[in-house]
Design a protein. Sequence first.
Length: 276
Amino acid sequence: MSRTLRSTVLAAAAVVALTLTGCAAGASDDTAPADGEGLGTLKVGALQTPAGDILQHIAETSAAEAGLEIEFVPFTDYNTPNTAVVDGSIDANLFQNQTFLDNFNEQTGSDLISVGEAYLPSAAFYSDKVSSLDELEDGATIAIPNDPTNEGRALLLLAAEGLIETTDDVVDLSGITANPRDFEFREIENATLPQALPDVDAAFVTISFALPAGLSSDKAILLEGEDSPYYNVLATTPELKDDPRIEKLYELLTSQETADFENETWGGLVVPVVNG
C-alpha cells in the first residue's frame, strides 16, 4: 500500500499539529514527555479515507483534550505503510485487516502486531452496467483486487451469494473450485478499480478508493455486511504496543464519540468498533 509532503495545523482545546508528510520522515522521538506536557506526539500512517478522516477528527477533538498530538502521514496505496512502521518512519498505521498484517509478517519476516480492531471499512461490488446482482449475465467480466487479502475477500463475498464456490482460505483465482456461470475475472491493482468500472460488468472496490471516486452504498450491487472478518486494525511494533500514546489512540478510536462521527459521516459504510 504508498504516500507526499504537506502540512495542516488544527486547533482544538490545545493546538494539534497535523503534518501531512512523506513516509521518509523519522518517527516521533518523544515517548515519555515530562509531567504536565501531555502524552506527546504519535506519527500514524493511513490512507486519507476513511482512516485519515477519522484520525483528523480525533486530532481536532478528543486527542487534543487528552494531550495527544497526532501527526498524520498519508499514503495512497497498500504497499508501504507497514514498511514505514518497520523502518521507524512512523509509529503506527491504520489501513489493514488482520489477514493482510499476517501476510505481510509472513512474507517479510517482520513482527508487527495489532493493538486491536478499530472499524470495518465495508467493501462492495459496483457496476455501471447493471443495477443488481441478478442482472449479471453468464460470462460477465468481474474486476477484483490483485492483493491476496482483498482478492480472497471479493471471492468469498461472491461465494456467499452462491455465484461461485471457493476453498475456505481462498486468496486468489486458484482457490475457485466452481464457476458455473463462467465469470471472467480480471485481477487489477486495488487503487485503479474505480477507473476500471466502464470496462467491466462489475468491480469490487474497497471504501478507501470507492468514496473518493463517488461510489457510495446506494450504487453497490453487493455490499459487505458487518459480520465481515475484515475489520481494520491499529498496527504497531511490539516495542510500542504498551506505549501510553498507542493505548490512548486506540481508546479514542473505539470510543462512542468516534463511532457517532463514523455513522454520521458514512451512514453505515464504516462499521465502528466500540469498547467500553
